[in-house]
Each structure stands twice: as structure tokens, then as C-alpha cells.
Design a protein around this ligand. Structure first.
Ligand code: SAM
Length: 208
């Protein structure tokens, strides 16, 4: 696929389904963040916005970003309708070209997978550098493919959390890996089907 099609592709994914009314947060986010005090968060590849909405409801100020203008516009409207419009700033970025400005206590990148070229290590390195001291970068990738995924390529190999950490190549005097594992969960697809899937979870904390 040509790179110029990336925004069109993802816009098409979101336009093909109706706007989510109350999207659910990802479980790896809720289990990681529930005990953290609210601060500033960045949601990379926010999609339907379930994570952003959950964070904003808990008092976080969230910058949410996605390559899809449809996703960003829908999330702006959704945040307003849930009464958290003042805590959500949804902005369109193609992370291959630009990265949101600012410092954050949490950067979340959930399933930031795409069929187009994306230097994820560079994006995640920018995310780690955008952390305030004691801030956390949570990277959750697929470790297996759900039956309803847009990606049904049997040859897809998902890097392990340790491989993702190695790719980001952070200085251990400033960042530390707090979690790198591959838990399983029961996922529910858009049509209500369920399947057992594996997540690759990497949690990095900025120590200085
Ligand atoms: C698999 S979806 C995950 C969405 C959401 N984080 C979730 O957990 O449901 C990947 C998201 O990354 C976004 N994305 C893909 N390439 C991107 C890029 N180059 N810049 C910004 N966002 C991108 C897509 O539009 C899509 O919303």
C-alpha cells in the first residue's frame, strides 16, 4: 500500500462503522493506571477513544491523537457529550511526520499497528522523551491476531515486549522497564464474538 493512503485507509476504517457512544477502555490501561494519581496523558493512536474517555473521567487531562480525522472529530464530540470536553484535546497527527508537543505523566500507545510504514521505535522514543520525571510509557501490542482483525496475514510476527524495548534503545540511567510480559485475555470483537488473544505489554518509567 502506498504511504499516501494511510490517512484514507484509517478514515475508512472508522467511517465504515457508526461512532462509538461509550467505547470501553483497554484492560491493560485500566490495570496499570487505576492506582496512579491523575495528571497529563497522551493517547497515541486513540481510535474510538475508549482509553481517552476513561482517563478523562478519572481526572486526567488527555491529549489524544490519531492519523484519522474522523476518529479525532468523533472523539472531540464524544468527550463533550460525556462532560469531559475540557479535559480532552483531540488533535490529528500523522506520527510519521509530527508528534504532539508537551510533557506528560503517562503516554499510552495501545495497538499502534498499521499496514503502512511507521517507525514505531522512533515514535516510542519520542514518547519516552516526552515523559515528565516519574511518568510512564505504556506500550500494548498485539501478540496474536484476533479473528476480526484487519490484519489476517498469517506471516505477521509480533515483536516481544523486550524486543520493542531494545528497539526504543533508552538510556537506563533515565528510563527503567517496569513490566515486559505477554498476558492472555478474552477479547470481544465489534460483532460481539469473543476469542482468546495475547497482549505484549511494555511499561517504562522515567526515573530522572
Ligand atoms: C489498531 S488501532 C488501535 C486504536 C486504539 N488505540 C485502540 O486500542 O482501540 C491503531 C490506530 O493507530 C492509528 N494510526 C495508524 N497509523 C498512524 C500514524 N501514522 N499516526 C497516527 N496514528 C496512526 C489508526 O488510525 C488507529 O486508530
Amino acid at each position: 500500500m502506498s504511504d499516501t493512503d494511510a490517512a484514507t485507509f484509517w478514515d475508512g476504517v472508522y467511517a465504515a462503522r457508526s461512532a462509538a457512544v461509550d467505547p470501553r477502555p483497554n484492560v491493560r490501561l485500566t490495570e496499570t493506571v487505576t492506582d496512579l494519581p491523575p495528571g497529563g496523558a497522551l493517547d497515541l493512536g486513540c481510535g474510538d477513544g475508549g482509553d481517552t474517555l476513561w482517563l478523562a473521567r478519572r481526572g486526567w487531562h488527555v491529549t489524544a491523537t490519531d492519523i484519522s480525522a474522523t476518529a479525532v472529530e468523533r472523539l472531540t464530540a464524544l468527550a463533550r457529550s460525556h462532560g469531559v470536553g475540557d479535559r480532552v484535546t483531540a488533535v490529528r497527527h500523522d506520527l510519521r511526520e509530527s508528534f504532539p508537543r508537551g510533557g506528560f505523566d503517562l503516554v499510552s500507545a495501545h495497538y499502534l499497528h498499521t499496514p503502512f510504514d511507521l517507525d514505531r521505535a522512533a515514535v516510542l522514543r519520542s514518547a519516552a522523551h516526552a515523559l515528565r520525571p516519574d511518568g510512564r510509557l505504556l506500550v500494548v501490542d498485539h501478540g496474536s491476531t484476533a479473528p476480526w482483525s484487519w490484519n489476517q496475514d498469517a506471516d505477521t510476527r509480533y515483536p516481544s515486549p523486550r524486543e520493542v524495548a531494545t528497539g526504543i534503545d533508552l538510556d537506563t540511567s533515565t528510563w527503567t522497564v517496569e513490566r515486559a510480559d505477554a498476558p492472555r485475555r478474552t477479547a470481544t470483537g465489534p460483532d460481539g464474538r469473543t476469542a482468546e488473544v495475547t497482549d505484549h505489554v511494555l511499561l517504562i518509567r522515567r526515573t530522572a
